[in-house]
Design a protein around this ligand. Structure first.
Ligand SMILES: C[S@@+](CC[C@H](N)C(=O)[O-])C[C@H]1O[C@@H](n2cnc3c(N)ncnc32)[C@H](O)[C@@H]1O
Length: 215
């Protein structure tokens, strides 16, 4: 049984896949060949956005949309957003080590753009001056990740849905995850950013929440 959720986001039984025509194999994902296209399994154990979808996140339709992805690493999740036919995905990462494989992904997909930069100082990036994005997603394990995300949302987000993966241990490993979550949610409230939904990513990611905001 194949259920198409939107354009290239597909459920086969209870497993999530993204659809592509070029048989990209980017990490160790399972690939199923169909008549004239391929389905790449988007496992919730490999990607926090996939885990969030499993937990009820309705990913906005990204077709022809501009995405700012903070903490792109080697491109596991970006490769799936690329399948969803976003117009552009700017993948920001501070590590030149992970940026090297990510560069290879950008050579294979013309909607993927690498940006080696510290997300905490993105306001200094001339390339992004004046740009606004339909979907801003952040997945960086930094103590000040919430403050960074709030600043970036104010600078770069178009009205709509945006999200952050919250790794509570990176913020404060001495507090219970729920306590860190509550403090983080309060920061959004103080910044007048509406928290639409919070998802606990257990059992796919321990001590991780997915915070969906609306601006
Ligand atoms: C958990 S990994 C992201 C995995 C990725 N989201 C995926 O699903 O494929 C976190 C990434 O954040 C990056 N990172 C950490 N601090 C950062 C910062 N201040 N600016 C940009 N990237 C940062 C790290 O280099 C690392 O590649």
């Amino acid at each position: 049984m194949v259920i198409i959720m939107n354009q290239n986001l597909v459920y086969v039984k209870d497993r999530l896949y993204t659809k592509c025509s070029d048989k990209l194999q980017w990490y160790d994902e399972v690939i199923i060949k169909q008549d004239n296209y391929y389905l790449r399994e988007w496992s919730p154990f490999s990607s926090k956005i996939s885990a969030a979808i499993k937990k009820g996140f309705i990913l906005p339709d990204l077709q022809n949309k501009d995405v700012l992805y903070l903490g792109s690493s080697t491109g596991t999740t970006v490769s799936h957003l690329s399948d969803l036919e976003a117009k552009s995905i700017i993948g920001v990462d501070i590590s030149s080590f992970t940026m090297l494989p990510f560069l290879e992904l950008s050579k294979k997909r013309d909607n993927v753009f690498p940006l080696l930069f510290d997300a905490g100082h993105l306001e200094d990036c001339d390339l992004l001056k004046g740009q606004k994005f339909d979907f801003v997603f952040q997945d960086i394990a930094q103590k000040n990740m919430v403050e960074t995300f709030i600043d970036l949302i104010k600078l770069f987000a178009k009205p709509g849905t945006h999200a952050i993966a919250l790794k509570t241990n990176s913020i404060d490993s001495t507090k219970q995850p729920k306590q860190v979550l509550d403090i983080s949610v309060r920061k959004f409230q103080e910044a007048k950013i509406r928290v639409e939904k919070v998802l606990d990513l257990n059992p796919f990611e321990k001590n991780h929440y997915f915070i969906i905001v609306k601006v």
